[in-house]
Design a protein around this ligand. Structure first.
Ligand SMILES: NC(=O)c1ccc[n+]([C@@H]2O[C@H](COP(=O)([O-])OP(=O)(O)OC[C@H]3O[C@@H](n4cnc5c(N)ncnc54)[C@H](OP(=O)(O)O)[C@@H]3O)[C@@H](O)[C@H]2O)c1
Length: 236
């Protein structure tokens, strides 16, 4: 029986050659102004926004809804002004309380970490908020032994009121979520750029391959030279 989980939507901005960053991995700008507004609206439409560990630590994204109008609309709908921010790390101490991820915007912060190897004898069952050395506002859940169990993390999220979640990379997290069948929808903005480089990150980086089938629901050509592609993940 499939475990309950949030509706999960992956969004990436990619180049015409399918890269989501340059080989230097400094978080290259790919989105256009219009695409940044689209992503802002996507964030405003979800209960939570998730990023992977390397994206969190290297780029320290804010992940906030920038538009005051969209924030006001959320509040009018009875939602928190900002969606929750979700990530995973090897250890809660890696999350800096002064990071933009933690401190930008009035957002609930949810962090998943694995059980320490020393705790391998524990049940690995129900997630429990751990003591939080990072910041008082951060909810820390220990799920999985050695690595974060993403399926269990999703179940925890839905139990904690996250019904719809936007995932904003990076490529490794996207790969893992797709591999585990935890993704419902993929949106790709293709910018008129080529970054090249065999090692530059892509939408789904991981060791091994995937065979994920999609159904296209939208393909829009934008006046800024971009193309927006929207797909639903086929349930096999
Ligand atoms: N253009 C865009 O839309 C966009 C958006 C976001 C990021 N990016 C780009 O993507 C790149 C970052 O991608 P990335 O793949 O390096 O970073 P990432 O997905 O943010 O994080 C990768 C890390 O996650 C770890 N990980 C994955 N699943 C895990 C699990 N279940 N438990 C514990 N750890 C887990 C991996 O560990 P292992 O190595 O042990 O597997 C790896 O160290 C950057 O260049 C960034 O600019 C682009």
């Amino acid at each position: 029986v499939a475990q309950a989980r949030p509706y999960v939507l992956i969004n990436v901005a990619a180049t015409a050659d399918g890269k989501i960053d340059t080989i230097d991995r400094h978080g290259a700008a790919i989105s256009t102004e219009r695409d940044r507004r689209r992503v802002d609206a996507l964030r405003a439409s979800v209960d939570a926004v998730m990023v992977g560990p390397r994206t969190l630590l290297d780029e320290d994204p804010r992940l906030t809804v920038r538009s005051a109008e969209l924030r006001a609309e959320r509040v009018a709908r009875g939602l928190p002004e900002q969606p929750a921010k979700v990530s995973l790390l090897a250890h809660p101490g890696l999350l800096r309380p002064d990071s933009r991820f933690v401190s930008s915007g009035a957002a609930r912060i949810i962090l998943f970490v694995p059980d320490a190897p020393a705790a391998a004898g524990s049940t690995g069952g129900a997630a429990s908020p751990g003591a939080n050395p990072a910041a008082p506002a951060v909810e820390v859940y220990r799920v999985g032994i050695g690595r974060v169990d993403l399926t269990q993390a999703m179940a925890t999220l839905v139990q904690r009121g996250i019904a719809r979640m936007l995932v904003e990379g990076g490529g490794s997290l996207n790969f893992e979520l797709l591999r585990l069948g935890l993704v419902d929808e993929v949106q790709v903005f293709i910018a008129p750029l080529i970054f090249g480089g065999a090692t530059a990150p892509t939408l789904a980086d991981g060791s091994g391959g995937l065979d994920v089938r999609l159904t296209q629901t939208e393909a829009a050509v934008w006046e800024d030279g971009g193309v927006l592609l929207r797909y639903m993940v086929d349930r096999g």
